[in-house]
Design a protein around this ligand. Sequence first.
Ligand code: ADP
Length: 402
Amino acid sequence: MSKLVLAINSGSSSLKFKLFKVPSEKVITSGLFERITQKMGAFRIKTETGEVRRELPLPNHEVAVNVLTKALIEFKIVKSLDEINAVGHRVVQGGKYYNDSVEFTDEVAALVEKLSPFAPLHNPANLTGYEAFKKILPDALHVAVFDTSYHQTMAPEDYLFPIPYEYYEKYDIRRYGAHGTSHKFIADEVTKINKGKPCNLIVCHLGNGASITAVKDGKCVATSMGFTPLGGIMMGTRTGDLDPSVFYFVSKLEDKSPEEVYDMFNIKSGMLGVSGISSDVRDVENALLQGNERAKHTFDLYSRRVADYIGQYHIRLGGTDTIVFTAGIGENVPGIRKQIIDKVKDAMGIEFDDEQNSLTRGGIYGLLSTKNSKVKVYVIPTDEELMIVRDCVRIAENKKKK
Ligand code: ADP
């Protein structure tokens, strides 16, 4: 018998949803709430007759959840909300507590709240989403799917920072990583492509936020993101890794508070900061094509940082079988992929198919390496919502067995 499972991804001011039929994994509907907490919000949902768009005030995530559940009935996507058997909630920070997705209980909710200082924009939104759905669907199975849990297999040498150990002991300050749902989804897809054969894999999740993960036989051994989503490679608006003294000197020279510098590193840096144009790679690429010098620096710096991580992980894994590009930039920007691969191809024995690279955009799968390449290079579209739903199904089955 088929069942319905809803995947929820609450951001600081957004809520994305996808409703799946399982086991077929067919998407029944999907959509998005934007500008939650602003004066006027926006809502989009796919219905049988096309996409419906509405502008309406969305003071918080609870209101968005109420609008969504009413819309599911109004557009006859479900007859009754009881048809939804499970809801999977993405949670950005699970700290050291979770190495897998778990049933979302009040006890889990308390820990998610406790971890909010580590993800102040995301964990509170994830929690409000959960609480609102729990009220409306009290009998459904609720599952928390943590962005951090896939990275819990890292060894201390990969997650500790070289600061006084007491800060790790007192405050749990260490590397947690991010985008774990996407990295795991890609690792599972590669396992399927390889028919289960063990594999050394480097996953480049290049979206607005971005991280690179080294995967050995399906398990994460190292990841670029750090304590918070500010670490690792350069991103749309975030710095990625920096000499920590930059923080001190900028604060001193500009007479800025720690909060101001921290915000500047989070929302005014990365592609936006270097290019002075935009955090959206499309705008930077357009400027590059018109000969803009800073746009060139931006692309060069971005590809250098990604390439350096690939090189580091290539050594770390003792050789690489497969590299995968995924997420907004990884799936859609051949120019950046080419720049990255050009910087590592000689050392890694990669033969890159430029034509295939140019053709692979718009969220499609593609093999970008030639037959003779020592490393396979793929574009694989990520699907974090499907991963969330698969985790819900797995946890429901485990619960049944108990
Ligand atoms: P996030 O989920 O972290 O917000 P995404 O994975 O959606 O980010 O990626 C956003 C980035 O991907 C932006 O820099 C955007 O420029 C780029 N991007 C998304 N779609 C396209 C596209 N069709 N063509 C070129 N770039 C794209």
